[in-house]
Write a protein that binds this ligand. Sequence first.
Ligand code: SF4
Length: 498
Amino acid sequence: MASYFLACNWPDNQQNMENMVTAFDPEAVLCADGEADYRIMLNLSSDERGILCRGELKGLAEAEIAFRDAEITDPRYSPEHFQQRCKEVVRRGVLTLLKQCRDMELPWGILTGVRPTKIFHYLRDLGFSPLEIRERLETVYLLAPEKAALLTEVGERQRPWLAGAEEKLCLYIGIPFCPTKCQYCSFASYPLASHGHLLDGFLSALIYELEVIGEALRKVKKPVVALYIGGGTPTVLNHEQLRRLMQEIHHHLPVAGLQEFTVEAGRPDTLDREKLALLKEYGVTRISVNPQTTNPRTLKLIGRQHTLADLDRAVQFVREVQIPCLNMDMIVGLPGETEEDWENTLERLLAAEAENITIHTLAPKRAAVWDYSQIKQEIKTDQIARSLKRIHTRLRSKGYYPYYLYRQRRIVAGEENTGYTANGWEGIYNILMMEERATIIGLGGGAVSKWLNPVTFELSRTPNPKCPATYQQRIKEIVGEKVNKLFGSLIDNPGRIR
Ligand code: SF4
């Protein structure tokens, strides 16, 4: 575990530098000058030829850099873009210094955030062509060529879905209960055995939220294009609870114009034919059945109780009741697994002919049972990177293409999560939520509402409590704030009320 001291003469860059260092060294510890293994110091200045960056790294290793970044002199940038360019130059300085000391590549270069595609849309909006962006991703943002190509492809595929999206709404409903807690999970998810007694009270509070927010939404009259019920595992609800939820959704929410209605059914053992028929009856168009692995030993290790027979049955039921779009998730990098396991899992998902296949790379989170320090010895970085390449090639050979992607803090091997789709089955919610180009109204446990200013594209967030008991206790206050925000966001943009 190495310690770092970071300094920059340009203001407001401490967090920015930290993000770059922790992307490079997930166990980095920040400390005071004089105590650090490594001291990184940057000095930035600017003139009409661009931003000049000088820097040095001292301590257990030594390195120096000096480069000029002329990107900001391109006439498509305006003065308001200067601060962002400075931040990017700072990260480039830090990464270049670190790479001189340790023989290590970061496939995503200086893009340390969760949503790397945002840089594509930012540059595309400024007037750069896909080819120009791809070149810059390699030379200015220091991405590996295959990541620059992936990001450019995904970004360009998303463009049609983003046109006019700022005028649309998506709804998310969080059901924060699961049969058990997976060892790698950091989502809002409470095991039924310990928290099942909170389920009825939670549902009553959720129905109240549906009622009040539904009434406000009808007044606002913005088109609701996608509804996503996630969690947790929403299909832990029994038949009666699920039917009630579906009825209340249809009764209160303006869902007549939905283009997509997704339900997450992460655990195949929570599904039966009757539940799926019920979802179909209430207009669900997309269902996500997520085995994560098809190795029975790993399923037990991560804390799941389902079998491969449960998975096959769930897929068969989805097809029988004719829910049109099936998504299946898998994780590459689960401890104890090999390249063969990952590729076997993929073959099973391909055999199910899922319309969407999402390839996750393990990201050990602090809030999960398995955090990075516990499992780092088992992370096979080279194997993960190699296997991901083969998986991506295999998916393309079967006609799938990537349509959304995101990264997570501490994602292993510095990789990413990529959503693939068969032709024409893109998940609309996934695109709009990930690119933050539409307002998302979050209801239920742990749901985060994201309020988009349709003029500036600035975003503000209001989270619901994750804990079902707190959610229930605070429901009136939560709903009141949300209604104010819903109307307030339109009063801020009066020309947008229809
Ligand atoms: S099924 Fe999903 S939400 Fe539930 S514990 Fe596992 S990873 Fe978390």
